[in-house]
Design a protein around this ligand. Structure first.
Ligand code: BES
Ligand code: ZN
Ligand code: ZN
Length: 502
């Protein structure tokens, strides 16, 4: 899919299809309306008969309407005026994309000036439109023999976002949306690739490849280096697999060298069968997505570098498989993490916290302003919040405020979860400092967070995002996400968060 921004009067363009918008009736506006004035008049009967109601995500296609130099006209509902914001725009644009694609139309022009005439809103909406188009266009079909490998330009679907008012700020916002969409799609693809084609080594190579030309420095540690660096958690989990683990370090310097970095940490478990504490077969194939936290940290780093944010950022991804080979960690085994703390592995399926232990210890050594991690950490998070919200844990109120602000700005839903000393107590070991299993019942996501906290240096603001429920298969709720595939969740929020440390 191709899309661009055209700074022109839309009435002067020639294109197969025109996308215009409609708004629903509200207390202020007694009737629905089409925001393109001339087409509003032409379609007055359709509004009166309620074929066009302006309801959010409604799409009504008029084929061969032959309005000026457009053959077809698609009317896309925005909902009531009071309901329209950047997130609803993202979704309306995704609805428009699906309708145009579904109708087999190859090229369409979007009447942006029908979305808003408010200057302040227009930049935020320009970004949302670019994101909506980029995100909705993602498909993962490269493993199908029928996939068109070299689609010719004329076969490609293309969208033009047309406005009369594309000033510098508008163009920059649109470009930001393009970058975010493409970085999220980059991460989604890593998530969607199956375990045999997405090993720790391949994940690391993808980070190196993706970072080319972005100004990011990427360093990859192999198994020997991981051992030398005393990462006993990552090493212990990798023992059951033939595939070597990797520790990926991505560095971006957008500010003075003296400025402390923001550090993002991701769980890059490329396949989690549970290890000796093996998972049931049903649904196990979904555990290829257990590296989405890592993939999304990589996407975040790419986006921050491409946006040239004036901040220093480090991205760390601990990557391994969790399998069941002869050297696999056994229940009861004790390992030592990089910061010297020991832990008993009472359930080998609680492996994410073990590899993050080393990554968080290393993050602490970077003397960061803040540490933020993302992980598909616990099934309990899916039970608690389903696939609507990402649950996050932090004991730092200032950081909580920043997270909430970032999430509002990105349109992603987050929910603050409790983390207390009681949860920490539950993670005490019998034979070692810690156990990777809680001694108490319930609160499985909070006790996992409490385990992670033991590896974060005293006084460093830290937030942990458990994306187990939102990392993939959210398309039933968000139309710009794939139905079953990886979502790329939290990349946009993390970029917004990084902006607050500029
Ligand atoms: N990767 C899983 C968590 C997960 C489960 C993510 C389902 C998404 C969907 C993690 O490694 C795991 O298995 N955690 C265990 C921990 C338990 C043994 C304490 C869990 O949640 O069951
Ligand atoms: Zn597991
Ligand atoms: Zn896991």
């Amino acid at each position: 899919m191709l899309f661009d921004l055209i700074n022109k009067d839309i009435e002067t363009l020639t294109c197969p299809a025109l996308v215009v918008f409609s708004k629903a009736a509200s207390q202020k506006d007694k009737s629905a309306k089409v925001t393109h004035t001339e087409l509003g008049k032409k379609l007055a009967n359709a509004i009166a008969e309620k074929t066009i109601t302006g309801k959010a995500l409604e799409t009504v296609l008029y084929r061969e309407l032959n309005y000026k130099n457009y053959r077809h006209v698609l009317v896309v509902g925005l909902g009531k005026d009071s309901e329209i914001d950047h997130e609803s725009i993202r979704q309306s644009i995704a609805a428009a994309f699906e309708a145009v694609k579904g109708a087999g139309i190859k090229e369409a022009a979007i009447h942006f000036d029908g979305l808003t005439t408010n200057k302040k809103e227009s930049s935020s909406f320009a970004k949302a439109v670019a994101e909506g188009l980029g995100l909705a266009s993602y498909i993962f079909d490269e493993l199908k023999s029928s996939a068109k490998k070299d689609a010719k330009a004329e076969d490609q679907l293309s969208f033009h976002v047309v406005t009369k008012n594309a000033d510098k700020a508008f163009k920059a916002a649109f470009q930001e949306g393009v970058i975010l969409g493409s970085c999220v799609n980059f991460s989604r693809r890593l998530g969607d690739l199956p375990g045999n084609l997405m090993t720790p080594a391949i994940l690391a190579d993808s980070a190196v490849e993706g970072a080319k030309g972005s100004g990011l420095k990427v360093t990859v540690w192999d198994k020997a280096r991981i051992k030398k660096e005393k990462m006993g958690g990552l090493l212990g989990v990798s023992n059951g697999s033939d595939q070597e683990p990797r520790f990926i370090v991505m560095e971006y310097n957008g500010a003075a060298k003296t400025k402390k970095p923001v550090v993002f940490v991701g769980k890059g478990l490329t396949f989690d069968c549970g290890g000796i504490s093996i998972k049931p077969s049903a649904g196990m194939e979904e555990m290829k997505y257990d590296m989405c936290g890592g993939a999304n940290v990589i996407g975040t780093m790419l986006a921050i570098a491409k946006l040239k944010l004036k901040v220093n950022v480090v991205g760390l991804v601990a990557s391994t498989e969790n399998l069941i080979g002869p050297s696999a960690t056994k229940p009861g085994d004790v390992h030592t993490a990089r910061n010297g703390k020991t832990f008993e592995v009472n359930n080998t399926d609680a492996e994410g916290r073990l590899i993050l232990a080393d990554a968080l210890s290393y993050a602490t050594e970077q003397e960061p302003q803040v540490i933020v991690d993302a992980a598909t950490l616990t099934g309990a998070m899916v039970v608690a919040l389903g696939n609507t919200h990402t649950g996050y844990f932090t004991r730092n109120n200032a950081l909580k405020g920043k997270v909430e602000k970032a999430a509002v700005a990105s349109g992603e839903w987050v929910w603050n979860m409790p983390l207390t000393d009681f949860h920490v107590k539950d993670m005490k070991g019998v034979y070692a400092d810690l156990s990777n299993m809680s001694s108490g019942k319930g609160a499985g996501s909070a006790t996992a967070a409490a385990f992670l906290e033991q590896f974060v240096g005293e006084g460093i603001p830290w937030a942990h995002f458990d994306i187990a429920g939102t990392g993939w298969a959210v398309g039933n709720r968000l139309n710009y996400c794939p139905k079953k595939g990886a979502s790329g969740v939290m990349i946009r929020t993390f970029v917004e968060l990084a902006k607050q440390y500029v």
